[in-house]
Design a protein around this ligand. Structure first.
Ligand SMILES: [Zn+2]
Length: 318
């Protein structure tokens, strides 16, 4: 969604999880990644996340519920690629653009599933964020609900495995990066990893519920898997470079902030406010420029707060 959402208030960022679009985006396209595995790129302008459709012997698994309007688009595309019903929808994390469409999927007979941490994050942040989203998004208001529908099934074992005669699907929780409940879906035969927002392809990192200091460790866990295709929560599909680049971005962000703090710099020195717009003066290496965008000042602020308090950004008041 557009920057204006952020300017309208921090609340929108909390609901959306990201803010801008990129020139090379291919919104609303469906691309086959491997036999029976499709990547649907969400429309950032509409606030949608990406979806992945995985075909099993008798049914489909979809990654992320999306916002209600995105859920309907993904469901329509799932019907185009396969006549099998959607049995499971995996919420990678609790943010609205990944879960607020849960009731759309359960309404057509699917079961929403997630790591236990996703349900716990919902208890922490909802229904406040849902109520804010109802004011800002017609598709959420039109659900006529007081809050988000939590995942119907949760699990804590990692990997959690679903398999049949045709495919093995593994669900991993490597720890707290983007949110405490971050989950990834991995297809070991096809070497496909769906990362949610723990790894995004572009400047879409929302860090306020996150743990920037721990983020690289989560990606280290993902990098131990045999991965050829990385299907991120936002931005285009790619390979392992999304994981390594995302990891380096978080390391360089924290390193740059730490160096400034060591030099006695305060938050006001690092993040300047002009006409209500915040900008950060820090320079990160060119190798991570894919992840640097309009949200950079917020990321610097979250990183500064982590470095100076020793707490994760998500554990600080917001
Ligand atoms: Zn998110």
């Amino acid at each position: 969604m557009k920057r204006i959402w952020l300017l309208a208030g921090f609340v929108s960022a909390l609901v959306m999880g990201f803010v801008i679009t990129r020139g090379d985006a291919q919104p609303n396209t469906v691309k086959q990644i491997a036999p029976g595995v499709w990547f649907r790129e969400g429309d950032l302008e509409a606030g949608h996340c990406n979806n992945v459709i995985v075909e099993m012997k008798d049914y489909l698994i979809v990654v992320d519920a999306n916002f209600p309007s995105g859920a309907r688009l993904a469901l329509a595309d799932a019907k185009k690629v396969s006549s099998k019903p959607v049995k499971f929808v995996f919420d990678t994390h609790h943010h609205g653009d990944h879960t607020y469409g849960n009731a759309v999927w359960t309404g057509v007979g699917a079961t929403t599933i997630a790591f236990q941490g996703v349900a716990e994050e919902m208890k922490r942040y909802e229904p406040a964020r849902w109520k804010m989203a109802m004011k800002e998004r017609k598709d959420v208001a039109d659900m006529h609900s007081d809050t988000v529908e939590p995942p119907k099934q949760t699990f804590t074992d990692s990997p959690h495995v679903i398999m049949d005669a045709t495919r093995r699907v593994e669900f991993y929780h490597f720890g707290w990066a983007h949110t405490r409940g971050d989950g990834m879906l991995y297809l070991p035969q096809e070497h496909v990893l769906c990362t949610g927002d723990a790894a995004v392809n572009g400047p879409y990192n929302f860090t306020a519920d996150g743990n920037i200091g721990n983020w690289p460790k989560v990606l280290d866990g993902a990098l131990k898997l045999n991965v050829d295709h990385v299907l991120p929560g936002h931005g285009g599909a790619g390979g392992k470079e999304i994981l390594t680049g995302q990891r380096t971005f978080m390391i360089e962000l924290r390193k740059a902030v730490q160096a400034e703090v060591k030099n006695g710099k305060k938050l006001d020195d690092l993040v300047k406010k002009n006409n209500g717009k915040e900008t950060a003066s820090l320079q990160l290496p060119a190798s991570v420029k894919n992840w640097v965008g309009p949200d950079f000042a917020s990321q610097v602020k979250d990183s500064y707060n982590e470095v100076t308090t020793g707490k994760a950004a998500g554990d600080l008041p917001h």
